[in-house]
Design a binder for this molecule. Structure first.
Ligand code: CU
Length: 134
């Protein structure tokens, strides 16, 4: 009896969603997914992998996110030893520890190398920007 009740409830929900969503066939699949991912706090995060070399950072894709989005940054050292810091975002990124945060303020954030990795001009030139847009 419980199973039937659950089935009816699911059906009712699916119908309700279909009514608002324009009758998409995949409504129930989407609904299942939403329930599953709600337990994963990092679901839907914009993920970037930053590669560090002597002496520059590059990202696998353009680092632009929308305000309110979750962001995950990974760091890979291809050459030398580098870490990333940014005060405003409150991130300290190492190869072992990705940075995860919510981009809650628009602007351009300059992520800088925080490990002295060479001559001042080389080390200080290691920067990469993350843009947060509306
Ligand atoms: Cu560096």
């Amino acid at each position: 009896m419980r199973m039937i009740g659950l089935f009816l409830l699911t059906g009712a929900l699916a119908l309700g969603l279909a009514a608002c969503g324009g009758g998409d066939e995949q409504t129930s699949a989407k609904q299942d997914q939403a329930v599953e991912t709600s337990t994963d706090t990092n679901a839907g995060a914009q993920e970037f992998t930053i590669t560090a070399k002597n002496w520059n950072f590059s990202s696998d894709k353009e680092m632009v996110v929308k305000k309110g989005e979750k962001v995950k940054l990974n760091l890979v050292n291809k050459e030398g030893v580098h870490t990333i810091h940014n005060d405003e975002l409150g991130i300290d990124l190492t190869t072992d520890k990705p940075a995860e945060f919510t981009a809650d303020k628009t602007g351009e954030y300059v992520l800088k190398c925080s490990t002295v990795c060479g001559a001042a001009e080389d080390h200080e030139g290691m920067k990469i920007s993350l843009k947060v847009v509306d």
